[in-house]
Design a protein around this ligand. Structure first.
Ligand SMILES: [Fe+2]
Ligand SMILES: [Fe+2]
Length: 346
C-alpha cells in the first residue's frame, strides 16, 4: 500500500514536471518508466471528436516507452484524433478509473454517430464499455445512487438495435461466453432488448426492459460470493440461500428509488414459472407480466450458452431445442417461438 502511494506521488511529480516542460518546450514528452505506473487500457475509439477528457492519457511510443499523451481537460480536436491514429494503445491511470468510467457512461452514445465505424465495431466498443460499467454496478450496488446509470448503459445498446437490422448477429460475435454475473446480466439485457424490439415495443418500454434485465440478478450482490461464484453445483442449503436473490433485488430496487413497476417486476419475478412452480412466490401465470416472461427466456438461454468451470457452453441450437422440449410449461411458449425465430434469422 505504502509502495503504491510513493509510486503515485512520483507519477504526479513527473506529470507536473511534464506540464511545466510542455509549456516551455511544446511537444516535449517526458518518458515515464512503464513499471512505475498502474495503468488501465483505454479504448481509443471512444475518444470522439469534440469530447473533453478529464483524465490524463498515456501512450507507448515505438521504443515502448510510456509517455504522457494528453493532459486532463483536453478537448479532442482533429489534431488529437490524427495523432491517436499513430499510437497503438492508450492508457489512463488506475487512480483515475472513476473519471474514465464517468466518461464512458456519458460518451458511449456518441459512438453511434461515428461514420467511420461499422456496426460490428460499434457493438464491440459498446459491449466492452458496458461490461466495465456493469461490473462496477454489480460490485457496488451503491452506484445505483446515480439514478441514470442503468439507463445510460442501456441506451447505446438499444440505439444499435432499434436503428439497424439484425444487430443480434453483431452482438452474438462478441458477447462473453464465460459466465460471470455481470456479463450474464449484460447479455440478458442485450437479448431482452432484441426480443422486445421484435415485439415492436416502444422505445421507453424497451429502455425499461433493458434496465430490468441488466439489474435482474442485482440481488446476488447480497449473497455470499462463495456461493455465487462456487465452482460446482450448489448444495440444497446453498440453493435455498441463492433463491433469495430476486427478493434482495426487489429490496435494492426499492432502496434506490426505482419506481417503474415493470422494472421491479422484471427483477422480482424472473424466476417465477408459468406453471406456478417458480420462486420466490410460486405465482400463477396471470400474475407474471411481460417483463419477467421475456427476461426468464433470455436468462435461461444465456445460462445454457455460457461456460462455467463445471459445465461446457451449449450451442444456441441445442439450448433452444432443450428450452422448447423441456421448459414449455414454465416459459411463455409464444415469446419463446419469437425468440427462436429471431435467432434463426440472424
Ligand atoms: Fe436470477
Ligand atoms: Fe440470471
Amino acid at each position: 500500500m505504502k509502495q503504491k502511494v510513493i509510486r503515485q506521488s512520483k507519477i504526479n511529480a513527473i506529470i507536473d514536471n511534464t506540464q511545466n516542460e510542455k509549456e516551455e518546450k511544446k511537444q516535449a514528452y517526458i518518458l515515464i518508466d512503464k513499471d512505475m505506473m498502474n495503468l488501465i487500457p483505454v479504448d481509443k475509439r471512444i475518444l470522439n471528436l469534440g469530447s473533453k477528457i478529464d483524465f490524463k492519457l498515456f501512450a507507448t511510443d515505438e521504443k515502448t516507452h510510456m509517455s504522457l499523451f494528453l493532459q486532463a481537460d483536453t478537448v479532442i480536436e482533429k489534431d488529437e484524433k490524427y495523432k491517436l491514429q499513430y499510437v497503438e494503445k492508450v492508457f489512463a491511470l488506475e487512480s483515475e478509473k472513476d473519471k474514465y468510467d464517468n466518461f464512458l457512461e456519458h460518451h458511449l452514445q456518441n459512438i453511434l454517430k461515428d461514420d467511420l465505424l461499422s456496426l460490428d465495431e460499434k457493438t464491440d466498443v459498446i459491449y466492452a464499455a458496458s461490461t466495465d460499467l456493469t461490473k462496477n454496478l454489480y460490485n457496488n450496488p451503491d452506484s445505483l445512487k446515480n439514478a441514470n446509470l442503468s439507463e445510460n448503459i442501456v441506451k447505446p445498446m438499444l440505439a444499435t438495435i432499434i436503428h439497424n437490422e439484425n444487430t443480434i448477429s453483431s452482438y452474438l460475435k462478441i458477447i462473453e461466453y464465460d459466465y460471470y454475473t455481470h456479463t450474464h446480466s449484460l447479455n440478458v439485457s442485450v437479448y431482452s432488448l432484441c426480443l422486445g424490439n421484435e415485439l415492436n415495443l416502444d422505445e421507453d418500454t424497451l429502455t425499461s426492459l433493458g434496465r430490468a434485465a441488466l439489474l435482474h440478478d442485482i440481488g446476488k450482490s447480497k449473497i455470499d460470493p462463495k456461493i455465487v461464484n462456487k465452482q460446482g453445483s450448489l448444495t440444497e442449503e446453498e440453493f435455498e440461500m441463492m433463491k433469495n436473490h430476486p427478493t434482495y433485488g426487489y429490496e435494492i430496487a426499492k432502496e434506490y428509488n426505482i419506481k417503474d413497476q415493470n422494472i421491479i417486476d422484471g427483477i422480482y419475478k424472473h424466476h417465477e414459472k408459468l406453471d406456478g412452480n417458480g420462486y420466490p412466490n410460486k405465482l400463477s401465470s396471470n400474475e407474471i407480466g411481460l417483463f419477467p416472461r421475456i427476461i426468464s427466456i433470455c436468462d435461461v438461454f444465456d445460462a445454457l450458452t455460457t461456460r462455467r468451470s463445471y459445465k461446457p457452453a451449449m450451442k444456441s441450437f441445442e439450448a433452444l431445442s432443450l428450452m422448447k422440449t423441456t421448459m414449455s410449461s414454465h416459459l411463455d411458449f409464444s415469446l419463446l417461438s419469437t425468440f427462436i425465430k429471431m435467432l434463426h434469422h440472424k
